[in-house]
Ligand binder design. Structure first.
Ligand code: ADP
Ligand code: 5GP
Length: 210
C-alpha cells in the first residue's frame, strides 16, 4: 500500500445525542487534534459560540460557500445545512496536524469517497440504550422537547449507517468510551493489535433497533 502523507483524519458520527461532540472535544484536548469547525444554518444553542462550536451562517451565505466550492463536504441534516471548510482541514493535515471531524454519515461517506492521501479512521458512536439517548437529548435540548422527540424519530434511520464505519463504539461511561477510541486510533497508527469485538457491536445494534 502507498504511504499516506501528513496528519490523520478521524471522523466521529452518531445518531444525535449519543455523545460525539463531547467525545470530539475530549479527544482533541487530550490528543492535540485540530477540530474541524463546521458551518451551519442551524441557530446556536445557549452554550454555543460562533467560530468555536460552529460558524453560524445564513442560508444565503451557505449557498455562496457551496458555489465557491469551499466545502470538502456538506449535507442537509434535520432541515439545516452543515458543511466542512476545505482549506483549514488541508492546511492542518499538510502540517502533519491530525484533524478530527464531528459530521454525519452523509459527510463521512463523501470524505471516504474522495480517497484523499491522508489516513482516515471512522468511528460510529452508539448510546447504551434508547432510554439513555432520550434522557441525554432531553437534558441537552431542555428548551425544546420537540427537538429531542424529532431526533429520536430519526434514530432508527441513522443507526443503520453503522455498517459503513471502521469502528463502532458504545458511549456508556464517557471515560471508558474515550479510552477505547484512543486505543483504537493508536493501534491503527502504530499497526498494533485492536481490541474490538464485531459480534458484540452487531448484537448491540440489533437490540437498539428491535
Ligand atoms: P451528539 O454530539 O452526539 O449529538 P452530545 O455530545 O451533544 O451528542 O451529547 C448529548 C448530551 O449527552 C450532552 O448533554 C452531553 O453532555 C451528554 N453526554 C455525552 N456523553 C455522555 C455520557 N457518556 N454519559 C452521560 N452524558 C453524556
Ligand atoms: P447538531 O445540530 O446536533 O450540532 O448536529 C446535527 C448533525 O449534523 C450531527 O450528526 C453532526 O455530526 C452533523 N454535522 C455537524 N457538522 C457537520 C458537517 O460539517 N457536515 C456534515 N455532513 N454533518 C455535520
Amino acid at each position: 500500500m502507498p504511504q499516506k502523507k501528513g496528519g490523520i483524519m478521524v471522523i466521529l458520527s452518531s445518531p444525535s445525542g449519543a455523545g460525539k461532540t463531547t467525545l470530539v472535544k475530549l479527544l482533541a484536548k487530550k490528543n492535540n487534534f485540530y477540530i474541524s469547525v463546521s458551518h451551519t444554518t442551524r441557530k446556536p444553542r445557549l452554550n454555543e459560540a460562533d467560530g468555536k462550536d460552529y460558524f453560524f451562517v445564513t442560508d444565503e451565505e451557505f449557498k455562496r460557500l457551496i458555489k465557491n466550492q469551499e466545502f470538502l463536504e456538506y449535507a442537509k441534516v434535520f432541515d439545516n445545512y452543515y458543511g466542512t471548510s476545505r482549506t483549514p482541514v488541508i492546511q492542518n493535515l499538510e502540517k502533519n496536524q491530525n484533524v478530527i471531524f464531528d459530521i454525519d454519515w452523509q459527510g463521512a461517506d463523501q470524505i471516504k469517497n474522495k480517497k484523499m492521501d491522508y489516513k482516515l479512521i471512522t468511528f460510529f458512536i452508539l448510546p447504551p440504550s434508547k432510554k439513555v439517548l432520550f434522557e441525554r437529548l432531553s437534558n441537552r435540548d431542555m428548551k425544546d422537547k420537540l427537538i429531542a422527540e424529532e431526533r429520536m424519530k430519526q434514530f432508527d434511520r441513522d443507526v443503520l449507517h453503522w455498517i459503513n464505519y471502521d469502528y463502532i463504539v458504545i458511549n456508556d461511561n464517557l471515560e471508558d468510551c474515550f479510552l477505547k477510541i484512543q486505543k483504537l486510533i493508536d493501534a491503527e497508527v502504530n499497526n498494533g493489535s485492536r481490541d474490538y469485538d464485531k459480534d458484540f457491536v452487531k448484537n448491540h445494534v440489533e437490540k437498539l433497533i428491535s
